[in-house]
Design a protein around this ligand. Structure first.
Ligand code: TXA
Ligand code: MG
Length: 346
């Protein structure tokens, strides 16, 4: 299969209209959203959805998000629309918030991996919205990476993983948020299954108390049921070991300096994903400043891109833990998973 690449800005009309027809015909289109690039298919066509799983090598027990272009579309996809969902959609859609509720009869089992619930989100990116409108159907889309690898935040990342496996890539430049949407289930107590751009604090201002699944910051225990199937699988792994250092910035930097020396003495090639605050600590070592510890959104925006930049080029990637408030929770969730929960704290 030849993968066609369109520039979503200069080839705007042609690109999205053509891609919409490809989706309607059962094909696969990668497209930009404000979070990460998605790999889309017609969300009401089980056969088309199966192709997503094949292209990504995704385990078939991991359900997909349906992307809609207007809020009222959820009426067709959920059994009914709970009050909390209405308030959250008014506050945060379009935007990086995915809501899970009981599914309606029209949602194919391939989308939900056989679950009785379905995840829906309305993205904020102009190209994503234009594509969904052009397709005229909800678009089922996971992140557009080979399963297990860091999610793609620009078209080059998608091309590296998906060239020859999908029909079309719409290139809309780099994604703004850089980590995937917040996933919130409204079945039972509202619970965050995956933290993202819409933070716990923001959600609580609209609907009151929100739980965070404990598995957001630690591995599942032996025999523990996964609140979300995505938690069972290895994620975001570059081709290098990732090691996280915890503690204050001084502490984290001193752990990294010590371990860097040990690794280097053993002949490992190392890179440090540093921050504005710790830049001066890594003098004479290989480092890559990816953002500001006081503004976790900057770190979220760069993390996946940095993991891909160093993947296969070094043996060890060191990174600093940060506080888990606000978007810091999303950052730590992705970083810990990328490291396979390898954390040094002294
Ligand atoms: O920002 C995003 O959400 C991106 C863009 C493309 O929209 N999409 C994305 O999709 O990250 P994906 O498939 O990589 O992640 C969806 C997550 C998975 O962890 C999956 O297990 C969970 O949502 N999920 C989907 N449907 C679910 C359901 N019915 N119940 C529980 N978890 C669900
Ligand atoms: Mg993904």
């Amino acid at each position: 299969m030849t993968t066609e690449l369109f520039n979503a800005k200069t080839q705007k009309e042609n690109g999205t209209q053509y891609a919409g027809r490809v989706i309607r015909a059962g094909g696969l289109v990668a497209f930009p959203t404000e979070t990460v690039y998605g790999l889309g298919a017609n969300g009401l066509d089980g056969e088309a959805v199966k192709r997503i799983f094949e292209a990504k090598g995704r385990p078939s027990d991991n359900p997909l998000i349906l992307h809609v272009a207007k809020k009222s579309d959820v009426k067709d996809l959920w059994a009914h629309v709970p009050n909390e969902a209405k308030r959250l959609m008014d506050a945060f859609w379009p935007g990086p918030l995915t809501l899970i509720f009981l599914k309606s009869g029209i949602v194919p089992d391939e989308v939900t991996a056989g679950l009785g619930t379905v995840a829906v989100r309305m993205p904020e990116h102009k190209t994503a919205l234009a594509l969904i409108r052009a397709a005229g159907v909800p678009i089922a889309a996971p992140s557009a990476n080979i399963s297990g690898r860091p999610s793609p935040t620009c078209a080059e990342h998608v091309l590296a993983d998906m060239d020859g496996r999908i029909d079309v890539i719409l290139d809309g430049g780099p994604c703004e948020v850089g980590v995937e949407s917040t996933v919130l289930t409204l079945v039972g107590r509202p619970t965050i299954l995956r933290p993202g751009g819409i933070t716990r604090e923001m959600l609580e201002q609209v609907i009151g108390e929100v739980d965070v699944s404990p598995a957001v910051l630690r591995p599942l225990k032996e025999g523990e049921a996964a609140p979300s199937p995505g938690m069972k699988h290895r994620h975001y792994a570059p081709d290098a070991r990732v090691v996280v250092a915890s503690g204050s910035w001084r502490k984290a930097a001193s752990i990294i300096c010590r371990e860097y020396e040990i690794e280097e003495a053993m002949g490992s090639r190392c890179i440090i994903l540093g921050t504005e605050q710790t830049r001066s600590c890594y003098h004479g070592m290989n480092y890559d400043i990816i953002g500001d510890r006081d503004d976790p959104a900057t770190l979220c925006a760069e993390l996946f891109s940095a993991l891909r930049r160093w993947s296969g080029k070094v043996d060890v990637i060191f990174a600093e833990a940060i506080e888990t408030e606000g978007r810091g929770l999303a950052y730590m969730n992705r970083l810990l998973r990328a490291s396979g929960f390898t954390v040094l704290d002294e």
